[in-house]
Design a protein around this ligand. Sequence first.
Ligand code: G3P
Ligand code: CA
Length: 281
Amino acid sequence: MKVAQEGPSAIVIAHRGASGYVPGHTIEAYTLAYNQGADFLEPDLVMSKDGALVCSHDLTVTRRSNAARLYPDLVDDQGNIKLMDLELSEIQAIEITDDEGRGSYRLMSFQEFLDLVQRLNAGKNRMVGIIPELKAPGLHRAQGLPMEAKLLARLLEAGHGDHPELVILQGFEQESMRRLGEEQASPFPLVLCLGKNTTPEDLISVAEYCQGIAPHRSAIEDPETGATTDLIDEAHQLGLRVFPYTFLDEEESMRRYFHNHGVDGLFTDFPDIGVSARDNP
Ligand code: G3P
Ligand code: CA
């Protein structure tokens, strides 16, 4: 039985913004994603030494940046600088480039991301949602940097409690997701991110504390044979929404996931192509 939000109600999630076009997690990537029609913007989040949430997929900031030149004393044995070893003001002073070493971009704090979303939603007739992901919350907690309460506080301060349907919280760590739901009483739905080998049996305990899953796309459709699994049907029967990751500029693939498989949304680096795939069955 399919209870998917097929067609226009399934959401296009801009993975790190329109990160297929410009470096992800930047103001440029999120603004472009909004203008391309993304329904939700995704920031991954890490934490600075002084406890600010920062938009970044990686826990380190050495690649494609001038960080090692700015903070040579903080470069570790692997040649990396950990974001949790830097204060927010130090992070904001870093310049990054694209993969070819071109351009000049800045990392964003989560507060700057929320301010941008507020400006985008105020200036146009369309409201965009957000789907933040906590990266390595257990590691941060062990370093004295708990993330869950801070995430909820920032969201509520920014007024997102007035539109809980426009926020989804996600993460790979079950303990952190449980903490958000049970300890922090999140008013926003929770989505557990899962890997390639997710089976329907894995979902039963997830449904106790989450409202959705974000599986690797290959847990739904085998990339070699095209064979499909029962994961979506099983998830829907448990009341879980399904948001697979991550799609590049693959319109035909996204069309299949939206209209044949019946996903509730998907993550893509190319939101404009995702919108076209969804709106043109
Ligand atoms: O959060 C869904 C997807 O973004 C997970 O992959 O590694 O890009 O955060 P990653
Ligand atoms: Ca992510």
